[in-house]
Design a binder for this molecule. Structure first.
Ligand SMILES: Nc1ncnc2c1ncn2[C@@H]1O[C@H](COP(=O)(O)OP(=O)(O)O)[C@@H](O)[C@H]1O
Ligand SMILES: [Mg+2]
Length: 398
């Protein structure tokens, strides 16, 4: 029997469509002689569907038609294993449960990449690819991520963070703090989104409230930091786990505007140019034009960041270089990067199918380690106890 991999994608996230592209690419690269693939498309309202029609990206142009050709499913533990069960039965032919061996989340953004999917798999005790709950959650929250890195002595820009409610009640103190601590130009970001959604570069105090309002429409926690004017962006992928990880070559993505936008990332710089390649279609230089020392410094930093948050699987860490100050800062981590950063691994001598093989190995190794830990005590201390009405407080000490 081949290992059956359930690939989850879509979800209630602003990066829903990007996730579809990443997942379709990955499903094509999974070596079928070794693995079976069960696609699990999670709709924007959280329903899960499976079906062969999910393998072709063009089918997603008409979602109602696509879902008509698929079946709604859910996952549960049954008889010591995890199965996918069909929510509706056909009239004449019973749809049998399908056993699943491994969860492969190819999701981006809030409500999925942020530890939510990792939580689902952990709850089911299903081995899964990518970061565990904690590292995924830390990686998604730009403010928490920065403070963990700061604690680890890694270079990040200082920031001011505040809650939307705090600003709504009294904007003036927040605005003053931003002007004093950060100054202009600055960048306003929602703490937990991706794909540049809700991010604005602000050059003057007059522009600041509007930028904050925009960020507040996406998140209830906002982050403000200094905007680097002489900016070069460098990304690097890391593969492995905390015990053993390696960094890919670096890339330099090209922007069409001051901020690397959603269009730059997924539509190849223009809405007209078609967007079926996801992150892989972004204009970029691989390897990035860097001195050997700089490239080695960034790759070593990338592994430090990976270990600092306890990551696992394949991630992409994005850096910002201030060419005026000649300094490198860690900007953010994508714990499930667009296109799984396969193009960086290809350029590092690892093919996409090999990358997937490695990810599966890492996931099963973590599961074996987990199995060696004690999660439950076999004896039932409630068996044979006498129950009063006072609960634990009422039991006599011996
Ligand atoms: N401090 C900064 N200075 C200058 N540009 C920035 C700064 N922070 C972000 N940007 C620009 O905005 C883009 C998106 O910001 P980022 O923090 O990477 O958010 P996202 O999670 O949406 O990718 C970056 O790729 C970069 O082009
Ligand atoms: Mg980014």
């Amino acid at each position: 029997m081949k290992t059956n991999i359930a690939v989850f994608f879509g979800c209630r996230s602003v990066e829903h469509e990007v996730s579809i592209i990443s997942a379709v690419q990955a499903m094509r690269a999974i070596p079928r002689e070794k693995y079976d693939v069960t696609p699990v498309y999670v709709t924007k309202n959280g329903e899960m569907y499976t079906g062969d029609a999910l393998f072709a990206v063009e089918n997603y142009a008409d979602l109602p038609k696509l879902l008509d050709r698929c079946a709604r499913v859910f996952f549960l533990r049954d008889g010591g294993r995890v199965v996918m069960r069909f929510a509706e039965q056909k009239r004449f032919r019973k749809r049998e449960d399908i056993a699943v061996d491994l969860g492969f989340p190819i999701v981006h953004g809030t409500n999925c990449e942020d530890g939510t999917m990792a939580g689902l798999f952990s709850f089911l005790d299903l081995p899964f690819i990518s970061c565990d709950i904690l590292s995924a959650a830390v990686g998604m929250d730009k403010a928490v991520f920065k403070s963990v890195l700061k604690e680890a002595g890694l270079p990040v820009l200082d920031c001011v963070c505040f809650r939307a409610r705090e600003y709504a009640v009294a904007p003036q103190p927040v605005l003053e703090k931003i002007e004093q601590k950060i100054g202009f130009p600055l960048i306003v970001k929602p703490v937990n989104l991706g794909s540049s959604v809700g991010i604005t570069k602000v050059k003057t105090a007059e522009e600041l409230p509007e930028a904050i309002e925009l960020a507040m429409s996406f998140a209830d926690q906002i982050l403000v930091e200094h905007a680097i004017s002489a900016l070069r962006e460098i990304n690097c992928s890391v593969l492995g786990d905390v015990d053993d990880c390696q960094a890919s070559v670096c890339e330099e993505p090209f922007m069409h505007d001051e901020i690397l936008s959603y269009e730059d990332k997924y539509l190849g710089g223009g809405k007209q140019s078609g967007g079926s390649k996801g992150m892989a279609s972004l204009g970029r230089k691989i390897p990035a034009d860097l001195s050997e020392e700089r490239s080695a410094e960034i790759r070593a930093l990338a592994c430090d960041v990976f270990r600092a948050i306890g990551a696992s699987g394949v991630v992409r860490i994005d850096f910002m270089m201030d060419t005026q100050e000649d300094k490198v800062y860690v900007n953010e981590i994508n714990t499930i990067p667009g296109s799984l950063a396969f193009y960086l691994w290809e350029a590092s001598g690892i093919s996409y199918p090999q990358l997937i093989d490695r990810l599966i190995e890492i996931a099963f190794r973590r599961q074996r380690n987990r199995e060696n830990l004690t999660f439950a005590i076999e004896t039932n201390i409630l068996a044979g106890a006498s129950f009063g009405t006072k609960g634990a407080k009422g039991t006599k000490r011996s």
